[in-house]
Write a protein that binds this ligand. Structure first.
Ligand SMILES: Cc1ncc(COP(=O)(O)O)c(C=O)c1O
Length: 383
């Protein structure tokens, strides 16, 4: 029985390999933002999510070390037992002050936060309406909930409207900046549709937080939407803030409900207090040092200007997709770029739809103009 199971597993692995879909973790020997070292070779990095360069900011590193000394490396328990330290409360207060939520709660990852948000808030008799390009953590959260689940065409308001008019008790789920395409929905219009149909809007702003809006408050702030208009929002600390962990924010009632009924929150060890201290410092830098956002946005503009003749997806964000079609082609171009000293991972199905394997180029405040010129020159030769 177990032997048969092993054979099945191996067959699935072999199938992935023949489809050019096998993935392997890459061990970084060194990480310094725009550069990384793998197997003794240095590469220009265009694949990370450290959009503001905060993962290596000396003030953040020091805050993590001091946080560990003061509160311990690990939280030692669920937040509802012994895992909630003073530094967790300070981080919650900092987030409310920055983003204007009534209340927030913390998680060890964005994946866990999304699972909690969808699985707990959507109930029997509800229908979750998700954008077609939703992140895997949102899809899994929807599948684990007791609600029904439908998808609407990507960022397509008429498609959403059509579903809303057939659905009672809907919760609409979208992302501030889509993780693989880098584009954003019209949140104001979505909100109007939700209000018309008495649906709740849930927002994942993993790639908008820190990058968009005044003080990096995110996609909703950039589009002039008040935090109270969105039923529930989440974002993580492992992208622009450069640390790790996540939060859910909303009204007191929503957060209190998730605290009582959110299984990932109740039955999981709380976020490390050392990381909380790092996130607090990272938020302070993100708010104060607007030069990081200015530099990122000027790098994005430079890239789009230089690469205007390449088949880029339509995105104004730090995520720039260059669709190549087959997984084989995306892998070959990625491999060639590595030989030329550029680290740019190929993104393949099932992360992106069949036939849309791509290079997901991510820009950072740490890139120089020369880095971007070099990237575009290589891309032009290969694509
Ligand atoms: C849109 C989106 N949501 C959620 C997550 C999950 O966040 P985390 O990496 O903190 O688990 C990611 C990260 O890959 C993401 O891109």
């Amino acid at each position: 029985m177990a032997a048969n199971r092993l054979v099945q597993l191996q067959q699935a692995l072999d199938q992935r390999a023949t489809q050019h879909l096998l993935r392997t973790p890459v061990t970084l020997q060194r990480y310094c933002g725009r550069l990384l070292v793998v197997a003794g070779q240095s590469f220009l990095n265009f694949s990370g999510n450290d959009y503001l360069g905060l993962a290596t900011a000396p003030e953040v590193l020091q805050a993590v070390a001091e946080g560990a000394h003061q509160f311990g490396a690990g939280s030692t328990g669920s937040p509802l037992v012994t895992g909630q330290h003073q530094v967790h409360q300070t981080l919650c207060d900092t987030l409310c002050d920055w983003l204007g939520f009534e209340q927030v709660m913390l998680f060890s990852s964005g994946f866990a936060a999304n699972q909690t948000m969808l699985q707990t808030l959507a109930q029997k008799g509800d229908t979750l309406l998700l954008d077609k390009l939703s992140h895997a953590s949102l899809i899994d959260g929807a599948l684990h909930s007791k609600a029904g689940f439908k998808r609407f065409a990507h960022n397509n308001i008429p498609a959403l409207q059509a579903l809303l008019s057939q659905t009672e008790q809907a919760l609409v789920v979208t992302e501030g900046v889509f993780s693989m395409d880098g584009d954003s929905p019209d949140l104001g219009e979505m909100l109007r549709q939700c209000q018309q149909h008495q649906a709740a809007l849930l927002l994942d702003d993993a790639h908008g937080l820190g990058v968009l809006g005044p003080e990096g408050k995110g996609t909703a702030a950039k589009q002039g939407i008040e935090p109270a208009d969105i039923f529930c929002s989440m974002a993580n600390f492992g992208k622009a803030l450069g640390v790790g962990g996540a939060f859910i924010g909303g009204s007191k009632t929503v957060i209190e409900y998730l605290t009582q009924f959110g299984r990932h929150y109740i039955y999981s060890t709380a976020l490390s207090p050392a990381l909380c201290a790092g996130v607090i410092k990272s938020i302070a830098l993100c708010r104060r040092q607007s030069w990081r956002r200015d530099k990122l946005h000027s790098n994005i503009a430079l890239f789009r200007r230089l690469a205007a003749d390449l088949p880029l997806l339509n995105s104004e964000s730090a995520i720039q997709g260059l669709v190549l079609g087959s997984s084989e082609r995306a892998l070959a171009v990625s491999q060639q770029l590595k030989q030329d000293g550029i680290w740019l991972s190929a993104i393949r199905p099932p992360t992106v739809p069949q036939g849309s394997a791509r290079l997901r180029i991510t820009l950072s405040a740490q890139h120089s103009a020369e880095d971007i010129h070099q990237l575009v020159q290589q891309l032009r030769q290969l694509v």
